[in-house]
Write a protein that binds this ligand. Sequence first.
Ligand SMILES: Nc1ncnc2c1ncn2[C@@H]1O[C@H](COP(=O)(O)OP(=O)(O)OP(=O)(O)O)[C@@H](O)[C@H]1O
Length: 327
Amino acid sequence: MQPGRWGAGLARGGVPSQRTSPGPQPTRAQAEMGVTSVGSADEASPLPLALCHPLNATALQRDLEKLFGQHLATEVILKALTGFKSNRNPKKPLTLSLHGWAGTGKNFVSQILAENLHPRGLKSNFVHLFVSTLHFPHEHKTKLYQDQLQKWIHGNVSACASSVFIFDEMDKLHPGVIDAVKPFLDYYEQIDGVSYRKAIFIFLSNAGGDLITKTALDFWRAGRKREDIQLKDLEAVLSVGVFNNKHSGLWRSGLIDRNLIDYFVPFLPLEYKHVKMCVRAEMRARGYVVDEDVVSRVAEEMTYFPKEERVYSDKGCKTVQARLDFY
Ligand SMILES: Nc1ncnc2c1ncn2[C@@H]1O[C@H](COP(=O)(O)OP(=O)(O)OP(=O)(O)O)[C@@H](O)[C@H]1O
């Protein structure tokens, strides 16, 4: 996933221009929402909430079918998003914490969400991606990052109430940085004249991947179906595990003990058959005819764990695209 426009926005003082310069022509933000003409807007007011892009639940559901082997994530995300977007008066922003092994689809699903919430997806002015190792690399700058984050979020939610903030590599985030967003995730009606209740925060993390794998493997070893794993088998384990994990980005975080994360979304490790599905999808996306021989060869080249049983792909579907280049 490509990083967002963090630096550029801050250089503008964190407050995007569309808040202060609406005119008779649609602003860039409004054009993005499909507005082709506007009346004389109130100069001082932020974008009307009504202009924010409505969610098409059917389209979201269809897009989520592209996510393989993740029955829990698909179900939770669909319910969470449709419920939140159909509520005209949410009491707090929606906060999702996505957990799982590498290459299981966390960034992929974030992209799907972004595109369903704002037509330009990750390229939208209203979708902001932060990558820990890129945007918050130095532990000694934690205070600075916290200040910048707060200014950035304030400025962008002022401009569009339904802004989306995605934090990738949460497990590499230095402890404490994320607590800067805590006030925005809480049940306040407004903070300094801005309501954050329509915003969406998404955290992505490998933390908890070991716990998810253990549960999946227990089911597999007991001969139970993967699809029988339920959210309740994992949600509590995940929130406690992440809270107690120093390298989760949410270690002892107020976000967890104040119950500000609405859903912990588990991404299960992917099996051989899912890797094959990814290879087929990639071939179709490239306009190739699906060749089952190539599909099997690519899937067999991947490494699987645990050593003896070889059930799950080490890298999920992550290197499928690169491997396909060899054929
Ligand atoms: N469950 C899945 N269904 C369909 N495609 C997938 C799935 N998981 C991964 N992929 C494919 O593999 C690519 C890499 O996956 P993605 O970046 O979403 O993994 P990730 O879980 O975010 O990994 P990491 O934790 O390493 O960032 C995706 O762009 C997508 O093409």
